[in-house]
Design a protein around this ligand. Structure first.
Ligand SMILES: [Fe+2]
Length: 301
C-alpha cells in the first residue's frame, strides 16, 4: 500500500500486523495500533511532544538496574498494574479479590525462615510487629505446605535493597504453612514510603501535582501447586496516605486489622508500642507460578 494521507497510515499498519500468525499476539497488536493511533489523533500529538515521549520511554529503560525497576513504577503510577491485577483475579474481576500488585522489590531468593521467626536481620529501630496468618482454600479448608514470601520496608520507609545500612535480606523471609494452614512471624512495623522521583516517574508525579507516597504495607506471595499464586499486600489503615496511594494499589479488601498495643510486648525484642495483625488468606484454584523477579540484588552504594 502506498500511503497518501494520515488516515492511510493506520490502514497500512493494521494490514501489516494482521499477518501475525499467533492469534493472541495478533489481537493484542491490532488493538495496540488502533488505540495508539487513536490516542495520537485525539491529542493531536506534536512532533516536539513525540520526541519528548520517546525520550521518556528510553529514560525508563536507562534508569532500570538490577536493584531498581522504573518501568514497574511507571505502570503503577498510571494505574495499569492495578487494572491488570483486578481484571485477572477475583473470578476475572467479578468479585472482590485479595490479589494485589507485586511491586518492584520482591526478590526470589529470600531465605527460608521457621514459623515464629523474626525478619529483623540487622538492628532496625521501630515499633514491633507480630503477625499471625492462616491460609485456606475457597471451601475454608486449611492449606498446608504453602510457601509464603514476606517482604516489607523498614520503619524508615526503605527496603533492604535500597538501604546500605540494612543487612542482606533484612525484613525479608520465606515461610511454610503448617498442617493447620498457619504461619507466624515477628518484625518491625513498616512505614509508608516515597517512591523514587529522580526519573521519568518523578516527572509524571510532579507534573500532576501528586505526592509520591505509598501507604505502609506488608507484601506476601503465597505459592502452592494447585492454587493460583496469591501476590498481595496488606495495608495499615492508620497511614495518612491510605486513600491516595501513588501506585493505586490499595483496595478495601486489603486494609488489614493492625492493632496497636501500648502495654509491653509478650515477647522479648519487640519495642513498645507494638502492633499485631491477624490475617487470613484465601487461595483460588489455578496455576501456581512465581513471577519474574523485578530486581535481583541489593544496591551497592
Ligand atoms: Fe512495597
Amino acid at each position: 500500500m502506498i500511503i497518501e494521507n494520515q488516515a492511510m497510515v493506520t490502514e497500512a499498519v493494521i494490514e501489516a500486523v494482521s499477518r501475525t500468525e499467533d492469534p493472541r499476539l495478533r489481537e493484542i497488536l491490532l488493538a495496540l495500533v488502533r488505540h495508539l493511533h487513536g490516542f495520537v489523533r485525539e491529542v493531536r500529538l506534536t512532533e516536539r511532544e513525540f520526541q519528548e515521549a520517546v525520550r521518556m520511554v528510553a529514560a525508563m529503560g536507562q534508569k532500570t538496574t538490577p536493584s531498581h525497576n522504573e518501568v514497574v513504577l511507571m505502570a503503577g503510577s498510571l494505574g495499569v498494574s492495578a487494572l491488570v491485577c483486578l481484571i485477572n483475579n477475583g473470578n476475572n474481576g467479578a468479585t472482590e479479590t485479595q490479589a494485589n500488585l507485586l511491586g518492584p522489590f520482591w526478590r526470589d531468593d529470600q531465605p527460608l525462615s521457621a514459623s515464629g521467626d523474626s525478619l529483623v536481620r540487622s538492628p532496625t529501630p521501630g515499633p514491633g510487629l507480630v503477625v499471625h496468618a492462616s491460609i485456606a482454600d475457597e471451601n475454608g479448608n486449611p492449606v498446608a505446605g504453602a510457601e509464603i514470601d514476606v517482604w516489607h520496608s523498614s520503619p524508615e520507609g526503605l527496603y533492604e535493597n535500597q538501604d546500605p545500612g540494612q543487612a542482606e535480606m533484612n525484613l525479608r523471609g520465606r515461610f511454610v504453612s503448617d498442617a493447620t494452614g498457619r504461619f507466624d512471624f515477628r518484625s518491625v512495623k513498616p512505614a509508608g514510603y516515597p517512591i523514587p522521583i529522580d526519573g521519568p516517574v518523578g516527572e509524571l508525579v510532579k507534573a500532576t501535582r501528586r505526592h509520591n507516597y505509598r501507604p505502609a504495607h506488608l507484601h506476601f506471595m503465597i505459592y502452592k501447586p494447585g492454587f493460583k499464586t496469591l501476590i498481595t499486600q496488606i495495608y495499615a489503615p492508620d497511614d495518612e496516605h491510605i486513600d491516595s496511594d501513588v501506585q493505586f494499589g490499595v483496595t478495601r479488601a486489603l486494609i488489614g486489622n493492625y492493632l496497636r498495643h501500648d502495654e509491653p510486648a509478650p515477647e522479648p525484642g519487640l519495642a513498645t508500642p507494638w502492633y499485631s495483625l491477624d490475617q487470613r488468606f484465601v487461595l483460588e484454584p489455578g496455576e501456581a507460578r512465581r513471577p519474574i523477579a523485578p530486581i535481583r540484588a541489593k544496591a551497592t552504594a
